[in-house]
Design a protein around this ligand. Structure first.
Ligand code: SF4
Length: 748
């Protein structure tokens, strides 16, 4: 677009707000909330309007970089691809494909190119050594959903717009805007609960921005959430408050197993270890039960703990016991327009979710969702022997700042034989890369939230064409990913991404016409392909068109003429509202039993460890937790001046009692030490954090040499993952403990 107004979904976080973007003479002149967006109704946060600054950031890479004599220099794409072919080819020839690891960062989940063509790259590389930010984030929730309901997309979503009572653990949507619960203006939706006479209870060691607005704050001890929830379940049984929904009960396995599992978790037995008194636990259980509707929601503060999977499971155990699973105002399953694991296959029965098909060479941690936990990545690189990693491909990730024991990972990356990164920045991770391949800016890409709209609080669909054209010679992101995979397969530097694109869409169509549950089952694949290609679309746009038309609201390629297609979305630039979430049981079930597995054996087996935790209180030990800021986005967006300027945010929050007992005063520099590392940070003394807990935000630490982040370097902060410990993880999911790290703090 050269002049005009474009409407698009913000791709920066899970909220998916609609933006109105004004373009004059090829430049963006204004970004504001799209008042007509069917989902966000004009809401945006401060990050949304900075897509312009992100696009224009002089540090954003526009050309590939190759490292020569330790320095990154700009090269043309042909030279970069030749170097990728040489470097990856040499490692694969010498050590095999499993000597190459891949790492997908969090932004990949917000990104249409990587959601549609990331797997083309991964399949081309052909390694089992896959890693991602999931194991420092949401993997436990998806694992628990998979075991209970059958797929890793089977995550019940709190019905924010209708609930009367929301119990939120380890979530701070006033800063994050929500996660695994796509809800633009999450804060406004919480305020609406209060306005209609409902209640919001926040469980968090910190009185977070969200806790400050809530009806009640419960200052839990880190790692105490699973005990708290198990005890709520105990109270529900003990007081005869269990009330399974009538349409849920016939489809439930394991109710007696849960009753037995939580029998000893009385409020008195857990109160010391979780830090919430017995009377309060009983009251919360009764309130959840008595409210006209209620929903329990747990997020990053619960998943990145020693009991990540068990906590995630217990969230939905409590939702089920109070009768709020799959119920309006409770927790419901989204029915995504682009389809997905919960819409494919036979309704009500499936293969179920398996994990642990392999285990990591180091520590023997299980494969989850086709990946190994990042807790072992550094050691898999550094430890000699069969299976040692020699090369790494990163896609939109900065694991040096986001993974545990970052100092060790930093050393590990430096030791690799070869590394290639697809990234827009030369950052703390990509500075180790031999080649960096920059995708276009966010305004130059099409967008559809393939992944995140599967976890939305309403069923909506919204497609955003690129606002600005590609720069001369700049390949689209999907073309970079497809070509990377083809070169890794040995197709050579002249490989044409269009070939991979055609193969990918042909595979999708062939699979759908054979699937008895598909709306195009039995149709002629060539006819479908001709219809898809008649528009001239290629790449992600053609794939999204296929997903929409073969999805639950789709036009079934003419069989349902009023149904969805990409053309329909393009004609509705503010999105299409497909309605509120509705009960989906039993069709949403995809377990092999055809039942909801309320007591999966893997999680029941963890109850003994949880019980041991109830009796192993370690008083006097300071525990470190993370935190997030509205103007930050994990480890990136710190190079946008308007977002980082002002009061330093990378402070160590500490309770006044803890500070006084150590003789620490406000603003003083303190030394924070853990088993694996040490940082110096200014202290912020506040009673917004419970005694015994300190907090550092994650994603900072931009002072390392060799990066190209001029603004971030001025606001460097310190890296909280210099303190997190790769030996601390949830043994079921392998997810790292980022909240609840033992530390010592002393004046510097
Ligand atoms: S809340 Fe998220 S999606 Fe909405 S404007 Fe902010 S960054 Fe973008």
């Amino acid at each position: 677009m050269i002049n005009g107004t474009a409407f698009r979904t913000c791709p920066l976080c899970e909220a998916g707000c609609g933006l109105e973007i004004t373009v004059k003479n090829g430049s963006v002149t204004r970004i504001r909330g799209d008042m007509d967006d069917v989902f966000s109704h004009g809401y945006i946060c401060p990050k949304g309007s900075t897509l312009k600054q992100l696009h224009e950031d002089p540090d954003r890479l526009r050309k590939p970089l190759i490292k020569r004599n330790g320095v990154h220099v700009e090269v043309e794409w042909t030279e970069a691809w030749s170097e990728v072919e040489r470097g990856l080819g040499a490692v694969i020839a010498a050590h095999g494909r499993n000597a190459v690891a891949t790492y997908m960062g969090n932004p990949s989940a917000h990104n249409l190119g990587s959601m549609t063509f990331g797997r083309v790259a991964l399949q081309g590389i052909g390694t089992k050594q896959r890693y991602s930010a999931s194991s420092v984030d949401q993997a436990p929730k998806q694992l628990a959903g998979g075991l209970m309901f059958g797929t890793v997309q089977s995550v019940p979503i709190p019905d924010l717009d209708n609930t009367h009572y929301l119990l939120m653990l380890g979530a701070n949507p006033y800063a994050s805007n929500g996660s695994l619960c796509t809800a633009p203006d999450f804060p406004g939706r919480l305020e609406a609960i209060l306005a209609r006479g409902g209640k919001v209870v926040v469980v968090d060691p910190r009185r977070s921005e969200t806790a400050q607005k809530a009806s009640e704050w419960l200052a839990i001890i880190p790692n105490g959430d699973a005990l708290f929830l198990a005890s709520i379940a105990h109270v529900l049984f003990a007081e005869g408050l269990v009330s399974i929904g009538a349409h849920v009960a016939p489809h439930l396995n394991g109710l007696d197993d849960i009753r037995n599992a939580v029998e000893r978790f009385t409020p008195e037995a857990v109160e010391r270890a979780c830090g919430i008194d017995a009377a309060t636990i009983r009251r919360i259980a009764r309130e959840l039960s008595a409210s006209p509707s209620s929903s329990v929601y747990g997020r990053i503060g619960t998943t990145t703990t020693a009991f990540g999977a068990t906590t995630s499971w217990l969230v939905d155990v409590v939702n089920t016991l109070t009768g709020n699973l799959d119920r309006e105002g409770g927790s419901l399953f989204t029915l995504p327009a682009a389809g997905g694991a919960t819409t494919k296959g036979q309704p009500g029965r499936g293969k179920g979710f398996q994990y642990g098909k392999g285990s990591s060479r180091i520590k023997g941690l299980p494969e989850v969702m086709g990946e190994f936990p990042v807790a072992v990545l550094a050691d898999e690189i550094l430890t000699p022997g069969d299976g040692q990693l020699h090369a790494l491909v990163t896609l939109a990730g900065n694991p040096v700042l986001s993974n545990p024991n970052s100092g060790k990972l930093d050393r590990a990356l430096e030791s690799l034989d070869f590394m290639v990164s697809v990234d827009i920045y030369l950052n703390e991770t990509t500075r180790h890369a031999d080649v960096i391949l920059p995708p276009p800016s966010h305004l130059q890409r099409d967008h559809y939230d393939v992944f995140l709209l599967a976890f939305a609080v309403r069923n909506v669909a919204n497609y955003s064409p690129a606002v600005l054209p590609l720069d001369d010679g700049q390949p689209d992101e999907w073309e970079i990913l497809a070509k990377l995979g083809m070169i890794a397969q040995g197709a050579g530097v002249d490989a044409d991404p269009a070939v991979a694109d055609d193969m990918a869409i042909e595979g999708l169509v062939a699979s759908a016409v054979r699937d008895s549950s598909s709306n195009i089952c039995g149709r002629d694949a060539d006819e479908i392909l001709a219809m898809l290609s008649s528009s001239g679309r290629r790449g992600p746009a053609r794939m999204v068109d296929f997903m929409l038309r073969s999805g639950p609201y789709g036009d079934a390629f003419g069989a349902a003429p009023d149904g969805l297609s990409l053309d329909v979305l393009l004609a509705n630039p503010h999105g299409v509202d497909l309605g509120a979430l509705r009960p989906r049981l039993p069709e949403v079930i995809r377990t092999s039993s055809g039942k909801i597995e309320l007591a999966p054996s893997q999680l029941i087996a963890d109850v003994e460890r949880l019980w041991a935790h109830a009796t192993s209180v370690n008083e006097g030990q300071l525990m470190l937790v993370g935190r997030r800021h509205l103007r930050s986005n994990n480890s990136w967006m710190h190079n946008i001046n308007v977002l980082v300027k002002g009061k330093p945010r990378c402070t160590l929050q500490m309770n006044p009692d803890d500070a006084a007992s150590r003789g620490i005063s406000q603003g003083q520099a303190v030394r924070v030490r853990s088993r694996v590392g040490e940082v110096l940070a200014p202290v912020e003394i506040t009673d917004d954090i419970r005694a015994g807990v300190v907090s550092l935000p994650h994603g900072w630490g931009h002072s390392v040499p060799g990066t190209r982040l001029s603004v971030a370097g001025e606001y460097a902060g310190v890296n909280s993952n210099a303190l997190t410990d790769e030996d601390l993880f949830d043994p079921i999911s392998g997810t790292s403990v980022l909240n609840g790290i033992p530390v010592a703090v002393a004046g510097a």
